[in-house]
Design a protein around this ligand. Structure first.
Ligand SMILES: NC(=O)c1ccc[n+]([C@@H]2O[C@H](COP(=O)([O-])OP(=O)(O)OC[C@H]3O[C@@H](n4cnc5c(N)ncnc54)[C@H](O)[C@@H]3O)[C@@H](O)[C@H]2O)c1
Length: 279
């Protein structure tokens, strides 16, 4: 693809780093101006560091390097006022939002026996309510224009379960349901709503000591080599981590000009996890 988003405006939540950064940079490469929205603050309920303002500034630079404009905003997808005001600011600045990539998310696990209520609230709040708030914020504007592309980031854990991951699995299954319900509601207005379901992807959400310790509680100081075989089991193809660019390719497919009638779908980019689903 080249220049396929020329003149468009793409709004990326969780855009400061990881997959969000990859989506933002690719959108700019394809000719879009980009709105980045990220909390840029750690959470007491999340056991690894979230993005920083420096990360956000770095992503903004990557967008500018493609000759595109960027609006880099801090805010929390759980907070309707902050999301609404970011959307309003984006529309004031650029006059339009063509695509929402509802990508912000946090990882937090725990089995049904021991999942902490604070982690449950945080993970459901960001991963599910945050996607809901983001969709709600852009929908009136997209309806008015009779055009919109919405892509939410689910997970292979939104299509299957893994042990000890009750909050995350529940949040991502919720995203799939939310996407399908919103796709029905917005179908008459030229708006498509889809999800991508990544497998393990090489971002700070995976590369952190907290996840290593959660996966290997039997070890004092687990390292990558100790968790890698467990993560590999999530996939069918013999690969443990995907590059964010692979997820971005699916996102671009869904917000690009060639897919006006793909809606309510989940695109699995997860090294064959999809082959294990019942449908
Ligand atoms: N990395 C993986 O293996 C993997 C696999 C499947 C799905 N996912 C999903 O992909 C998405 C992107 O994650 P990633 O892998 O790039 O991880 P990441 O931690 O690098 O990026 C997540 C981003 O979301 C931001 N964020 C977190 N809470 C926020 C909030 N309340 N408001 C605004 N921004 C917030 C973080 O600051 C960070 O920049 C997430 O929804 C995640 O659940 C990740």
């Amino acid at each position: 693809m080249s220049g396929q988003l020329a003149g468009q405006v793409v709004f990326v939540t969780g855009g400061a780093r990881g997959q969000g950064r990859s989506h933002a940079e690719a959108a700019a490469r394809e000719g879009a101006d980009v709105v980045l929205f990220d909390r840029c603050q750690d959470s007491a309920a999340v056991a690894y560091p979230l993005a920083t303002e420096a990360d956000l500034a770095q992503t903004a630079e990557l967008v500018r390097a493609h000759g595109r404009e960027v609006l880099a905003l801090t805010g929390d997808v759980r907070d309707p006022a902050e999301v609404d005001s970011a959307v309003a600011e984006a529309v004031r600045r650029f006059g339009r939002i063509d695509a929402l990539i509802a990508n912000a998310g946090v990882h937090g696990g725990g089995s049904i026996q021991d999942a902490d209520r604070g982690i449950w609230d945080e993970v459901l709040g960001v991963n599910l309510t945050g996607v809901f708030q983001s969709m709600r914020a852009v929908a009136p504007h997209m309806i008015e224009r009779g055009y919109g592309r919405i892509v939410a980031t689910a997970s292979n854990q939104g299509r299957m379960a893994v042990p000890g991951s009750v909050p995350y699995v529940a949040s991502k299954w919720g995203v799939v349901g939310l996407v399908k319900a919103a796709a029905l509601d917005l179908a008459a207005f030229g708006i498509t709503v889809n999800a991508v379901a990544p497998g393990n992807t090489s971002t700070p959400m995976v590369h952190n000591d907290a996840l290593y310790r959660a996966l290997r509680p039997d070890l004092d100081a687990p390292e990558w080599k100790d968790v890698e075989p467990l993560l590999r089991e999530h996939h069918v193809q013999p690969v443990t981590l995907l590059d964010a660019a692979e997820i971005t390719a699916a996102v671009l497919f869904l917000i690009g000009p060639g897919t006006p009638h793909v809606t309510g779908s989940v695109i699995d980019v997860n090294a064959g996890s999809a082959a294990r689903y019942t449908a």
